[in-house]
Design a protein. Structure first.
Length: 336
């Protein structure tokens, strides 16, 4: 609590003292007053009248004190903080090609990636995030937004059939991401998650050069166990079995991510390449990227003042009106 009009304290105190002295003077003067009529003297000196004089004087003092406090303008001090967060713009480019069905990450690579990305998005604050998916072609699944509930709902909708052209158009995914980040004025980042080798569309390295020109950093994540994951197919009886090459008799495996190209993309753009061989590692990678791109939060503290004089003003006015009415009633009892 503070008083905004402390500069009025001295004159207000002087006025209060003058008022108090006047009450004391009136009290002394009333003690010496003479009545020409004995009846009037009896009424004036009755228990009701003698007692009410003290009550009225006390209420006057209380009322004036409340008015003095109101005049000094009491204020409640509320300390508030304002956080200025300079957010970044992030595009998550996710491979949804057929090889993401591999079950070296549970339940499969795509579902494991979706779960980790959902948790990554939940940990963001003040950053805009968008989602690009790619297989044999690329597609903007969700534009940049700070509505993290919306982006998570779009993540949930991703299926292998969302893009019906199979393949790995890694370069196209990067170009689509760049196009969405081009008009952004913030720090810009692409997180590219794939498990294969580019076999369609634009060259990933040429796409990386475009990212350099636009000042966009690319983090790349190669997903899948070392040596590749076995291909599985669902049999007529509902049981999954390994896919066997009819010519060699060898079990077929999904290819590993192109680590050389992914490393080059990351190095060229100032990002970093990571290899995720299981769900835990993938989760840790996204956490590391989140910490690497964490922005400083500037906190500004300030005081907000809320006026509280209204209560004291109304109480003081009501008390003085009440006193005035009582004095009129007392005067009426004495002279009627």
């Amino acid at each position: 609590m503070r008083f905004a009009n402390l500069n009025l304290l001295f004159p207000v105190v002087i006025l209060g003292l003058i008022f108090l002295i006047s009450i004391i003077y009136n009290y002394i003067r009333l003690k010496k007053i003479r009545f020409s009529n004995f009846n009037m003297l009896q009424k004036a000196s009755s228990g009701f009248n003698s007692g009410i004089i003290y009550i009225l004087d006390f209420l006057k003092i209380v009322g004036i004190i409340f008015l003095i406090i109101a005049l000094l303008r009491p204020q409640e001090v509320k300390r508030e903080t304002q956080e200025n967060i300079k957010g970044i713009d992030i595009i998550i480019a996710l491979d949804i090609s057929g090889s993401m069905q591999a079950e070296d990450l549970k339940p499969n690579r795509l579902e494991a990636a979706k779960e980790v990305i959902r948790k990554f998005v939940s940990g963001l604050s003040g950053d805009r995030v968008g989602l690009v998916i790619f297989a044999g072609a690329s597609f903007m699944q969700c534009p940049l937004t700070t509505d993290y509930a919306i982006i998570k709902s779009f993540i949930n909708q991703i299926e292998f059939q969302t893009i019906r052209i199979d393949g790995t158009a890694m370069g196209d995914g990067i170009i689509t991401s760049i196009n969405r980040l081009e008009s952004s004025g913030s720090s810009r980042v692409i997180i590219l998650t794939t498990d294969g080798v580019n076999n369609r569309g634009f060259s990933p390295l040429e796409a990386a050069k475009a990212a350099i020109h636009k000042g966009i950093k690319i983090y790349t994540i190669g997903i899948g166990k070392k040596g590749g994951a076995p291909m599985m197919q669902l049999g007529w009886d509902g049981v999954k079995r390994p896919v066997i090459d009819r010519y060699t008799g060898q079990q077929l495996k999904w290819e590993e991510p192109d680590e050389k190209t992914l490393t080059q993309i990351a190095d060229m753009t100032g990002g970093k390449y990571f290899r995720a061989t299981d769900e835990k590692t993938l989760k840790e990678i996204y956490e590391i990227i989140g910490k690497m791109e964490k922005q400083d939060i500037k906190v500004k503290s300030y005081n907000r003042y809320v006026d509280k004089f209204q209560f004291f003003l109304w109480v003081g006015v009501i008390i003085l009106i009440f006193v005035f009415l009582l004095e009129v009633f007392k005067f009426f009892r004495v002279f009627v």
